[in-house]
Write a protein that binds this ligand. Structure first.
Ligand code: 48F
Length: 252
């Protein structure tokens, strides 16, 4: 029986790795912006793979606001909450959701829409080509190998678009800026200024170079925008916007 358990896991997982060696879109990070992007990308018919370093969903959602189990969302993102079936209460100008429900339903609806999410995998580099200059996929490693510090070469996944939804460090764009001939400096985010951050992150969400897009707090890191704390409307709107831009670009 034990051998059959192993075969069941290794054979089904390997089949999927082969299937996802090429995708339409790879979303790096299963935080709020990445999961929102994944749902809308999958719904638009694109083969969508989400790679998440940790063994959990939600990125910064789980910690709520300083470990209080609630997050704040602006009314502008109400339609997205409704799309995901996330419940909320109204509190003065804000909507307030339970952090556990928020992250669980973002993940569930992304998966139900057809996105494949794989945990425990870190993106450590990109694949690029120079004619035309752009990103063509990612280099991946088991997070456990990354954490161990062992020298193990990565494997490659090709895609037509990569979304950096890695949060405050914009890890994918940072490595591309260092190792590709790009004229980009990732300066990092500024101190808190919530209303400006929420608005500008959504405005500046989009393409960084052919094949590479920024969503969520990665946008703040790339464009030197302020941080905003446990308010998530901008993350949802950014995820939806990047999905719409990619769907449009990949159609062309
Ligand atoms: O940090 P995270 O939640 O990013 P986000 O979608 O949302 C930010 C908010 O949570 C909050 C905020 C605004 O309200 O300030 O912080 O921009 O989620 C990013 C996810 O990406 C994973 C990481 O584990 C987290 O779950 N991640 C980061 N780097 C990598 C990665 C990587 N190189 N490979 C794979 N996953």
């Amino acid at each position: 029986m034990e051998a059959e358990i192993t075969k069941a896991i290794v054979e089904t997982a390997s089949e999927e790795w082969v299937e996802y060696a090429e995708s339409d879109v790879i979303v790096v990070g299963a935080g709020p912006s990445g999961l929102t992007a994944a749902k809308y990308l999958a719904e638009s018919g694109l083969k969508t793979l989400v790679l998440e370093r940790r063994l959990s969903f939600g990125g910064g959602i789980g910690g709520g606001g300083m470990l209080f189990h609630k997050v704040v969302i602006e009314r502008e993102a109400k339609d997205i909450l409704d799309d995901f079936g996330i419940r909320y209460v109204e509190h003065r100008n804000f909507l307030v959701a339970d952090s556990a429900e928020f992250m669980a339903k973002l993940a569930t609806k992304a998966i139900d829409a057809g996105a494949k999410i794989i945990h425990g995998v870190s993106v450590e580099d990109v694949i690029f080509r120079d004619d035309p200059l752009g990103v063509r996929g990612v280099c991946i490693q088991w997070s456990a190998v990354e954490i161990s510090g062992l020298h193990v070469d990565p494997l490659f996944l090709r895609s037509r678009a990569v979304v950096d939804a890695t949060g405050h460090d914009a890890e994918v764009i940072s490595v591309a800026a260092r190792k590709m001939p790009l004229d980009i400096t990732v300066t990092g985010e500024r101190s808190a200024y919530s209303e400006v951050a929420e608005k500008e992150i959504v405005e500046k969400t989009g393409k960084v170079v052919k094949g590479l897009y920024a969503a969520g707090m990665a946008v703040a890191a790339v464009h030197n925008l302020p941080r905003m704390g446990p308010i998530f409307g901008g993350m949802l709107l950014s995820g939806k916007k990047v999905a719409e831009i990619i769907a449009e670009n990949l159609k062309a």
